[in-house]
Design a protein around this ligand. Structure first.
Ligand code: SAM
Length: 536
């Protein structure tokens, strides 16, 4: 029993230490001008503000702490900091979202960087729009205090509009901040309809999808803080992703009326999705950043319809973009890989690319430009589209083709067409025989993202080629990708490197395989297992 208690205490101490480390490590990635990079001076706040005294806890060593899990603590702290650091008088209604200041400042300072990058006048001269300003009207108040520029604020919730207007009035900022009630069916179109030109739009969208009770929503909130905010201001049909999609689509209708559109979002998975979405819509002038603070990470996205020689967002300053973004992207999507020494077959990377292009042509696989935001991937990347399985039983087909070739030595005419005919008919038959499915012509068998790169070593002769393939879609499923990988291994003639690996079974790899079993049936698993233990 005693042992259990000690173990429990140690575990929770370790956990707390880990969390503190995480907090510390994210704090250092805050915007360099964010005043909350340094923890506020709680001693000073205790002396100056009686309301802060009520939430402060003095521990045995005399250190002042605050317990964020206690209801109302974050609200009081935010009000006190707004007063102390920005001379803003704010009373946050108890049932409304409390705007955490380190994150709000990260977003504001990034916008300031974008404005400077775009060489827009002085900050005082820029006009911005805050979509969904909330009950505090936090972004316009901070912009007004920090730069004295004009801000337009929109909101759909009646009670929030009321308190937002009160906050503007109580701080005598009516001249530069205007709050508007807007129709909830639009995001940008209604407010940007006059002839005015705005320098930027910003938004902290409702993050959660409407899907049930507010209890469910509260469970999704960061566990270390007492929950703040209510269902109306935090939820929207389709969640933040749907909201931002609508915002991007509306921006495409009003284009240059706002010079730079920006939004914040809270889900990592939306980063890739939104970057792909912008690309799909032909919006190439864009950038993104991470917002790191305390123990939370959020993301910012910016795009513009102005030509890149007027504003180039692709080289705009960012607070932080994790360097391992592409590696993570590849890892998260569980690529199927082939890795082998470059010298085994190729004199240069170009040789490899030529070889791959020819192999795809032989297999009637289309090579398309990759719709992925991987500007700095240092290798060959593309999307492969295979309508049919042209690689299974390829050896048999190759032998058949060779036989025909030999036969044709005697009667030269019609050689190529005979081979092609047989190969194609054979393929069609194989697909039907193997899967039993009737393959519709317009549904590709396999679409995958394909990456080939050189892994450099100190000695150039040790350089390796790494091929990563990520399944996107297709009726052949992941099994089709795996058979294609096996085909490439044979074609590249690199199976020997996989067999070596087979002699030293890799525990980690086996574990990964076990998790992937869920997605495919047992027969396929057997095949995959056989193949993967052969892989590097
Ligand atoms: C997550 S809150 C953000 C509040 C505040 N901007 C902040 O950062 O603390 C999202 C706000 O957007 C508002 N909202 C939802 N749909 C909207 C729309 N179509 N136009 C304007 N505001 C909207 C909600 O009422 C809510 O106040």
């Amino acid at each position: 029993m005693q042992f259990k208690t000690i173990k429990h205490v140690l575990t929770s101490l370790l956990k707390r230490k880990k969390n503190n480390c995480l907090e510390m490590s994210l704090r250092k990635f805050m915007h360099p001008r964010n005043i909350y990079k340094k923890i506020p001076d709680f001693k000073k706040l205790v002396l100056l503000y009686p309301e802060f005294r009520d939430i402060a806890i003095v521990n045995l060593t005399g250190k002042i702490k605050i317990d964020f899990k206690r209801e109302g603590t974050l609200r009081v702290l935010t009000e006190v900091l707004l007063k102390h650091d920005f001379n803003l008088q704010v009373k946050i209604p108890p049932n409304k979202l409390v705007p955490t200041l380190p994150l709000r400042l990260n977003y504001i300072l990034w916008i300031e960087d974008l404005m400077k990058h775009a060489s827009f006048n002085e900050m005082k001269e820029v006009i911005g729009i805050d979509i969904g300003t909330g009950a505090v009207c936090i972004y316009p108040l901070l912009f007004a205090k920090m730069y004295g520029n004009q801000m337009i604020a929109t909101e759909v919730d009646k009670t929030s509009i009321q308190t937002a207007i009160e906050h503007v009035k109580n701080n005598n900022l009516e001249d530069i901040i205007k709050v508007y009630k807007v129709d909830e069916r639009t995001i940008l179109k209604e407010i940007i309809k006059e002839d005015n030109v705005y320098h930027f739009t910003m938004c902290n969208p409702p993050f959660f999808e409407i899907e049930g009770s507010s209890e469910k929503i509260i469970k999704q909130l960061p566990p270390r803080n007492a929950p703040t905010g209510n269902e109306v201001e935090l939820t929207v049909q389709g969640g933040e992703r749907a909201f931002i999609i609508q915002m991007i689509e509306e921006s495409m209708e009003i284009k240059e009326k706002a010079k730079i559109y920006t939004t914040m979002f809270g889900r990592r998975s939306n980063l890739l999705f939104l970057l792909k979405f912008l690309k799909k819509k032909g919006i190439e002038n864009s950038t993104w950043t991470e917002f790191c603070q305390g123990h939370t990470k959020r993301w910012g996205l910016a795009w513009s319809f102005l030509p890149k020689d007027v504003i180039n967002l692709t080289n705009a300053p960012v607070i932080r973009k994790s360097g391992d973004y592409i590696a993570k992207l590849l890892k998260e999507q569980r690529p199927m890989e082939i890795q082998f020494p470059m010298r085994h077959k190729f004199a240069s990377f170009d040789d490899l690319v030529n070889f791959l292009e020819e192999a795809m042509e032989e297999l009637h696989i289309q090579i398309k430009e990759l719709n992925l935001p991987i500007g700095n991937f240092n290798g060959w990347s593309c999307q492969l589209i295979a309508d049919n399985d042209t690689w299974s039983h390829a050896r048999r087909k190759r032998r058949l083709a060779q036989r025909l070739m030999n036969q044709s030595v005697n009667h030269d005419t019609g050689q190529t067409s005979v081979i092609n005919d047989i190969t194609e008919n054979d393929t069609e038959k194989l697909i039907k025989n193997n899967s039993g499915d009737i393959v519709r012509k317009n549904e590709p068998l396999l679409i995958c993202n394909f990456f080939a790169e050189v892994i450099e070593h100190e000695e150039p002769e040790n350089d390796e080629v790494k091929i990563s393939m990520i399944f996107e879609k297709g009726i052949g499923g992941k099994v089709a990708l795996e058979t294609f990988r096996q085909y490439l291994i044979n074609k590249l003639d690199v199976r020997e490197y996989f067999q070596k690996q087979h002699e030293r079974p890799n525990k980690r790899k086996r574990k990964r395989l076990e998790t992937s079993k869920i997605e495919i049936n047992s027969e396929q698993v057997e095949n995959l297992h056989k193949n993967d233990t052969e892989s590097v």
